[in-house]
Write a new protein. Structure first.
Length: 194
């Protein structure tokens, strides 16, 4: 398995609309495994295949990448209250229902060092397939809901900075271009990167 390169916005790969997965084979198994390795290496909690320039509708989520909930019962309870029960891949995810509204400070592995408040649906129900082609449905809220919506946006060719004003997007774009050229993001601290 391999750690893959995460594309930095405004890389064109991040604007691609991902195609549905039609065959659940070893290639998908390898992709999902590589995505988890890549996300953990980058200290993220979510990753979409388009972020590694694979235009397929595959995303992964792990809200507890360090397994802290094993030793912290309150964290475990909080994660469970969001509907999270452990690392999961979502292949061909579809939001079936959505309600409420939540504001969350989002970060992104493709926009390192930058966070901003984004408004999302608070509660969602998502249908997807796992790497074996088995269908499942999850109901989630809070960070889990935000993370899934953030990653589904990636599959639709949208990065969270597109919810911001043009002025803010332009500032972020300049910082990301500097970063790609070997610079820094001016010391901006990142929140949990999705």
């Amino acid at each position: 398995m391999a750690i893959r390169q995460i594309r930095i916005w405004p890389d064109p790969a991040l604007s691609e609309i991902a195609a549905p997965v039609t065959v659940f084979d070893q290639e998908i198994e390898t992709l999902v495994t590589d995505m988890f390795e890549t996300m953990y290496e980058a200290s993220g909690v979510g990753l979409a295949a388009t972020q590694i320039a694979v235009p397929l509708r595959v995303l992964i989520i792990d809200l507890d990448p360090s397994n802290e909930s094993e030793s912290e019962p309150e964290l475990k309870e909080e994660l469970e209250s969001m509907g999270f029960s452990g690392p999961q891949e979502f292949i061909n995810p579809q939001i079936l229902d959505a309600s409420g509204q939540i504001e969350w400070e989002e970060g992104c592995l493709s926009v390192p060092g930058f966070t901003e408040m984004v408004s999302r649906e608070q509660d969602i129900r998502v249908k997807a397939f796992n790497r074996s082609g088995e269908e499942f449905t999850v109901e989630c809220t809070g960070l889990y809901s935000v993370a899934l919506q953030h990653e589904i946006d990636h599959l639709d060719g949208k990065v969270f900075v597109e919810y911001l004003s043009k002025l803010k997007r332009d500032v972020v774009k300049r910082k990301m271009n500097r970063l790609k050229q070997g610079g820094t993001t001016d010391g901006v601290e990142a929140a949990a990167a999705l």
